[in-house]
Design a protein. Structure first.
Length: 278
């Protein structure tokens, strides 16, 4: 183990890879015209547009559900919430996350050491400010009351957030259409495609990586086409073994020879034995 954090702390990692239905198998990687193709950037741009429609890249998943922490995730929270607040006189809390149920109800969490405290801010139309009562620790229920200086910073950010939400265009407005593409996949063909005989898709991918180690640029701004997503571990990861790579030992009894018991029943005499009797 090289990193030890509280399980509620979000790990600083890139978004997970997209679902399979949103990936397109790029045919030009196995095309014999790949090295001289002049429409490669256009092909890859089109593929990128199709993948974006089908949900690529995938959004980060919320692994931990906290009771009461509901609503839409606040985008760019650093613009609205201070990184640190003070509660219960001298307790310092770090910003963890925020969601809004509407422009007048905002839920946000600050972490005090190992304690996650949930606050619920409700807009008061009479005072034209947000009422922020004492927060509750999500597990133990301990109260954390925010000090006045920190409340002033939060009020300014919450009022700005309220204004931005009100001015934000609704994704369900009549000018937009919401389409469920979870079950769809797509293929992008090319009239000039000619398969390079004997070249598999995996070998074609290796050829691309060797030729473009820094990525395939698809425009003058240096935008790169996504080829693959890799996870890097600091140490070598062993193959799975049920006994963690060690020889399994089963406490079985040592085999001991047990002789057969003599049979009590009398067997019939053989022909030779009968002849001897006569």
């Amino acid at each position: 183990m090289y990193k030890n954090e509280t399980f509620l702390t979000p790990l600083p990692c890139a978004p997970p890879p997209p679902p399979k239905n949103s990936e397109i198998q790029i045919r030009c990687f196995t095309c014999k015209h790949f090295g001289i193709c002049k429409i490669l950037p256009d092909y890859l741009k089109t593929a990128t547009l199709i993948q974006n429609v089908l949900g690529y890249p995938a959004d980060p998943l919320e692994l931990v559900k906290i009771k009461g922490f509901t609503g839409a995730v606040v985008e760019n929270p650093d613009s609205y919430f201070p990184k640190e607040i003070t509660a219960n006189k001298d307790k310092k809390g770090e910003f963890f996350g925020a969601k809004y149920e509407s422009e007048t109800i905002v839920n946000f969490i600050y972490k005090f050491d190992c304690y996650f405290v949930l606050y619920k801010a409700v807009y008061n139309p009479e005072t034209k400010e947000f009422d922020i009562p004492a927060g509750k620790e999500v597990y133990y229920g301990v109260d954390f009351t925010i000090e006045k200086e920190s409340l002033d910073d939060l009020q300014l950010g919450l009022l700005t957030l309220k204004e931005d939400i009100e001015n934000k265009e609704c994704p369900c407005s009549k000018d937009k259409d919401v389409i469920n593409v979870s079950a769809f996949s797509a293929a992008l063909n090319c009239d000039f495609y000619e398969w390079e005989k004997g070249l598999t898709y995996e070998e074609g991918m290796r050829r691309i990586v060797m030729k473009y180690p820094d990525g395939i640029s698809i425009d003058k701004c240096g935008t790169l086409y996504h080829l693959a997503t890799y996870h890097i571990e600091p140490n070598k990861v062993p193959c799975y073994h049920p006994e963690n790579g060690k020889v399994a030992f089963m406490p079985m009894p040592y085999p001991v020879y047990i002789p057969e018991k003599p049979c009590d029943c009398q067997r019939n005499k053989t022909r030779c034995e009968l002849n001897e009797d006569f």
